[in-house]
Design a protein around this ligand. Structure first.
Ligand code: NAI
Ligand code: ISE
Length: 337
């Protein structure tokens, strides 16, 4: 089947996904886009041979749009995902599914009421070859039971509108999801502490931060989130087990010997670091539609991530250990693995 796609939000990732759908996904093409910046929506629409509509609601209601892609700002996601479910249209929503756990739960409830999965969340790291290989190693018992995980999520820099809580809701949310999937575990408690602040962060941003999480199996995780690290886009993950240590592979780069130095380049742009994972996640989404519905990261995964993110934001404010308590997983969403 040839899917006709409507894209809501033509910013950085909206344009990337629209291009990806048109160029890489054989059985889908973008027919309509929208953005609150109407000029930008028109430019993007013209560039890809689609039409620009006035609002996200118009895109969802358009008779020729049968699949919705939500790539607008996080606080708008809940409204558009709920409207897509109400219209019975499959929806791929970028992270976060909603900015609060309560918002995610409203989506879960709407999907349960609809009776069939329609939603996939853009947790693309689950489709990254490196994370998949790491998961196989851990699940295969090659390092024994995992005991600790050390991660770093470093961005080159962020804009002035980036706030302290976004380090959790926009950035660490990737680790929150991918580690839950990688370890096949759930979080029970979190804490956030602040190291010395970098002078490269805006006045209103605490940067870097150290996020610590404990899982139900007792695994201790630390995630350094440093969004003005100034040297590149650097994602690190190391799982320490009872009998060995497994690391997320580095992206390939040519080792250089030159001017009395050995060196390998470091990527600077998140678009490049996970470029293949984005392709694979969207291909999987459309393939699954042909088989009855999405099987990738679900509304429930969006909810579980949001509960943990809410606890982390509380922990940022209190400096205390904050318990994480998730509702029981409905059978509708299948088993976690
Ligand atoms: P952006 O700011 O570049 O683009 C967002 C666009 O949405 C803007 O053009 C804005 O005008 C538009 N918009 C906002 N409210 C709207 C509304 N009500 N209706 C229509 N358009 C609206 O932001 P970016 O970086 O593209 O992020 C968008 C979403 O994608 C965020 O939720 C972000 O967390 C997520 N994201 C995910 C990434 C990933 O690695 N999976 C990477 C980057 C972003
Ligand atoms: C951005 O929204 C993303 O999702 C990127 O993957 C992440 O590295 C960055 O910190 C976020 O702001």
């Amino acid at each position: 089947m040839a899917y006709k796609v409507g894209v809501i939000g033509t910013g950085a990732i909206g344009v990337e996904h629209a291009r990806r759908i048109n160029q890489r996904i054989g059985e889908a093409s973008v027919v309509a886009v929208t953005d609150i910046d109407g000029k930008r929506a028109k430019e993007v629409a013209t560039g890809i041979g689609a039409r620009a509509l006035s609002t996200g609601r118009d895109v969802i209601a358009a008779p020729d749009v049968d699949v919705v892609v939500v790539t607008s700002w996080g606080p708008t996601h809940e409204e558009f995902v709920l409207a897509s479910i109400a219209a019975g249209k499959p929806v791929f929503c970028e992270k976060p599914l909603a900015t609060t756990a309560a918002g995610c739960l409203r989506i879960v409830e709407a999907e349960l009421k609809h009776g069939k999965r329609l939603v996939q969340v853009g947790f693309m790291r689950r489709y990254d070859a490196g994370y998949r290989a790491l998961r196989e190693v851990v699940a295969g018992g090659k390092i024994g039971d995992p005991l600790m995980v050390h991660c770093a999520h470093r961005n080159l820099s962020v804009g002035d509108s980036y706030t302290t809580d976004m380090a959790i809701t926009d950035t660490v949310i990737h680790e929150i999801d991918v580690l839950r999937w990688l370890l096949d575990d759930d979080y029970v408690a979190v804490q956030v502490v602040y190291p010395r602040k970098t002078r490269n962060a805006s006045n209103h941003l605490r940067d870097p931060q150290l996020v610590m999480m404990e899982t139900a199996k007792g695994i201790r995780i630390d995630v350094e989130v440093f969004v003005n690290c100034k040297y590149g886009y650097d994602i690190q993950c190391e799982v320490v087990g009872e009998t060995g240590v497994a690391r997320l592979p580095e992206p390939p780069g040519v080792p250089l010997r030159s001017e009395a130095r050995r060196s390998v380049g470091i990527l600077v742009d998140w678009k490049q670091r996970f470029i293949e994972a984005y392709d694979v996640e969207l291909q999987a989404f459309f393939d699954d539609l042909g088989r009855g519905g999405p099987t990738g990261p679900s509304s429930w995964d969006g909810y579980a991530a949001a509960v943990t993110a809410d606890a982390c934001v509380q922990a940022q404010q209190s400096g205390k250990v904050v318990p994480v308590s998730t509702r029981p997983r409905p059978a509708f969403y299948g088993s976690p693995r």
